[in-house]
Design a protein around this ligand. Sequence first.
Ligand code: ADP
Ligand code: ADP
Length: 223
Amino acid sequence: SEVLRLSGIEKGYHIGKPGEIRVLNGVDLTLSRGEVCALVAPSGAGKSTLLHIAGLLDTPDSGSVTIAGDDLTGRGDRARTRARRQKIGFVYQFHHLLPEFTAAENIILPQLAAGTSQADARARAMDLLARVGLEHRVDHRPAEMSGGEQQRTAFCRALANAPSLLLADEPTGNLDPGTSDTVFEALVQLVRDTGMAALIATHNLDLAARMDRTVRLNAGTLV
Ligand code: ADP
Ligand code: ADP
């Protein structure tokens, strides 16, 4: 079933008096459950803009965004924020974990905020950390973990509330190539195991080749 549908997305930015630069010029994309899709784009092509629109952090000038069957076009901030919290997980190049909390706590907190019980939240955190091979890091703080371990913890946090869509922007971009490979593999496995759909922006064509599909952002459209 369909998790993300982008139809006819257009987005421009006004810069200075006369001009508008059109970054997205009719983007169409549909992702189904379990599908892992690479988004490849040269720097400045509009990859972040597209991820922000798909993640309901920004609105397009025209076109529609449908998440898990819910058309959020023209809906208010509250509906969009609720949909974002319930249905979308984000991963960035830098992990953004809370430094004063342990790996498990970083994954438990967003679940408590969503109304999950402490016991269920802890059980899910343990399960997610075990899936990425971090059973032994449950009670460690980010500063006590390697870059790859921090990033795997961030993947678990993104999946804490069982979203249906994962959006990732260069998720292994700050890791050395060897670590990047295993950490990336862990992310793709996690996505497949949980039946999410994922859109993963990367410059790394070897990593892109391991996903189900690659779309390229070029001159404002996807090819
Ligand atoms: P990418 O992530 O592919 O590097 P971005 O989506 O960040 O690209 O940006 C695409 C283009 O839009 C760039 O030319 C950038 O300078 C411009 N842009 C992005 N955000 C803004 C903004 N808030 N205001 C003006 N221009 C912007
Ligand atoms: P909360 O207030 O519960 O932390 P938000 O609704 O603000 O959640 O954000 C939901 C998700 O969107 C979070 O994963 C957060 O990291 C991400 N997010 C929120 N605002 C931005 C932003 N301006 N840029 C990038 N990601 C953001």
